[in-house]
Design a protein around this ligand. Sequence first.
Ligand SMILES: Cc1ncc(COP(=O)(O)O)c(C=O)c1O
Length: 377
Amino acid sequence: MELFNVYPLFDVEPVKGEGSYVIDKNGQRYLDLYGGHAVISIGHSHPHYVTLVSAQVEKLGFYSNSIQNPMQKELARKLGEISGFPDYSLFLCNTGAEANENALKLASFKTGKSKIVSFKNSFHGRTSAAVVVTDNPKIKAPINFRNDVVFLEINDLGAVEKELATGDVAAVMIEGIQGIGGIRIPDPEFLRGIRELCTKYQSIFIIDEVQSGYGRSGKFFAFQYADVRPDLITVAKGMGNGFPIGGVLISPDFEPKFGMLGTTFGGNYLACAAGIAVLDVIKSQKLIHNAEEVGNYLIRELAKIEQIKEVRGLGLMIGLEFEGDISDLRKKLLYEKKIFTGVSGNNIIRLLPPLSLKKEQATIFIEKLRETLAELS
Ligand SMILES: Cc1ncc(COP(=O)(O)O)c(C=O)c1O
């Protein structure tokens, strides 16, 4: 059987990971400024992570959500504590799209409404409700087009109020920092404004922190720069450092009912072991602080490179916008300089490295990038 061919692939076969490096089958090391698409939070093969996940698989890998699993409670407690949302409750699932799907359902259950306000250039996933609120017609099948979603310009609070004032809106959904859309940060006043409007018009405020959360921005959640409290927060990617796990943090205003949400695999023992290890390491190695410090250094130094049109980002979630197409630049960085980077559109490089990236490794990237740009000019 062949694989269903939906991914354009680079000609690299990684077989091992160590901190901020991946190593291919020929023993070649690559500096990882992509983190497997913002997933590697604590670094590849972190010893504490390897120990917890390995020990768990030896004991018990899976049962179901119909028995007592204290690891889920431990994960929820640690997440509540480190994020500053100890009074919220946690629903565990497996992916970012699933987290958003459940958040949208909760908003609709609670308000009895179905209209959603989303934003231009947003990405929330590919499953049915998540793709409906994603601003990319190319990844929607005919069943995914609905007319009860509007895509507004980010930072246009007047447009948000106009929609909410109709009284029909179940939720406003926004990314903490737009990732796939090109590292675009909503203004703090805009987020605070949405908070007020959602309260005023009885709509649910959902912030998608699937990519920007878990310390990546230099705060646990990117929206914490705006000091707001959304009703629902979705997480995934960095949560398991590669083990599939996602979650919805749910404000105390929501009342659970048996059967309201559910999943077979969500919250399984291995996912919990991975999730607990990630939070332990983020805390003990002060990785949020590291993301802020190394991120600020990168942003400052990259802004000095004249070929870059604009540098945007917070912490270790950084976009480098160029005038023209960057595919040759990325290929050269990968194949010649041995550095993985991410992309957005055809002219934005996205940096999403492990939160444990060291300043020396950031310096290597800056030097190699300068070198490559000089070679290409
Ligand atoms: C902001 C955001 N939300 C949701 C998703 C979907 O996550 P997943 O691919 O785990 O379903 C992504 C994935 O890139 C994302 O960046």
